[in-house]
Design a binder for this molecule. Structure first.
Ligand code: GLU
Length: 306
């Protein structure tokens, strides 16, 4: 059966748009994010073959926040292979994404690459391998074939209020688990979170995850190996949506990575990547309408990994 994706996305956008901003709350702990109007909804997808569909605010750039963690993880796996797992675990945390408690119990080894501590540890590893912020932007631009920028205001806002992230980084440093200077590591981390992209750009950029690691743009080789792409999808399913990963597997059944900017990237392995954005978040920190939209998408297309 061929699915008319454009019609599916338009139907979902028509259902969701009138609800945008009515439920959930925009993240307010980062002042620059608190100013984003809640009443946005957009979604876009790109198939393995390169067919694109989009609806609503699919071209409006937003702060990708933790969605960046899937790209830095990809880079770190590419650079370090299995050595990466010496300092970072692969289990769901069962604790808030910025929790300090677990890090103390586990002597500075973050549970997984998608909680803040894990992503900060990855930023440290990348810096240790000579990776720069400019190279990260270059990767994102190359993946979606359009110039991508940091939002300097969001990066500065995070740096001036990121008390917990400083605490996490200092904690890891005290356990000897960060090699680089805490300020340098956090500068990288705050900037990766402050990348601005639209749903369509993210659906394109994540395309390698539904193409066994091959670059989303034909003829540009591989972004990562097939084995790594499969593993990143596994981590997205088990750890990609804060404390709601079990619920997401249950009701959506797709590997997803969300961010507090209200974006969620989802992967249908071997078929397509999808990105949805609506800034108001539910109690677990995932986009309220984004989750609802993904549920509708999985139900109406029958696409799920289960
Ligand atoms: N920059 C945010 C933080 O460090 C990212 C959080 C998120 O999107 O999960 O708190």
């Amino acid at each position: 059966m061929t699915i008319d994706f454009q019609a599916v996305l338009e139907r979902i956008a028509a259902e969701m748009t009138p609800l945008a901003g009515r439920s959930g709350t925009v993240a307010s702990y980062i002042p620059a994010l608190a100013r984003v109007p809640a009443a946005h909804f957009g979604l876009a997808l790109r198939t393995r073959e390169g067919l694109e569909a989009s609806a609503g605010d699919a071209n409006v750039p937003f702060s990708i926040q933790s969605i960046s963690k899937l790209f830095t993880l990809t880079l770190a796996m590419r650079r370090m292979g299995d050595d990466l797992w010496e300092r970072i675990g692969r289990e769901p945390s069962g604790n808030p994404f910025n929790s300090l408690v677990q890090l103390e119990y586990e002597q500075g080894k973050p549970r997984n690459p998608f909680i803040n501590a894990g992503a900060i540890a990855i930023a440290d590893r990348l810096l240790g391998h000579g990776e720069t912020k400019a190279e990260l932007l270059q990767l994102m631009s190359d993946l979606c074939d359009e110039p991508i920028e940091f939002d300097a205001e969001v990066a500065a806002s995070e740096a001036s209020t990121g008390y917990r992230n400083f605490a996490l980084a200092n904690f890891m440093k005290s356990f000897g688990k960060l090699d680089n200077d805490v300020d340098d590591v956090l500068d990288f981390y705050f900037h990766q979170c402050a990348i601005r992209m639209s749903c369509l750009q993210l659906a394109r950029a994540a395309g390698f995850l539904c193409r066994d690691g091959a670059h989303p743009q034909d003829g540009r080789g591989e972004v990562t190996s097939e084995r790594h792409a499969r593993r990143i999808n596994a981590l997205m399913l088990t750890c990609g949506t804060y404390d709601a990963a079990g619920d997401v597997a249950f009701s959506i059944g797709l590997p997803c990575k969300s961010g507090v900017g209200g974006g969620i990237v989802a992967v249908v392995p071997d078929q397509l990547t999808l990105c949805v954005w609506s800034p108001a978040l539910d109690a677990s920190g995932n986009s309220y309408l984004g989750m609802l939209a993904l549920e509708r998408f999985a139900a109406s297309t029958g696409l799920s990994i289960f």
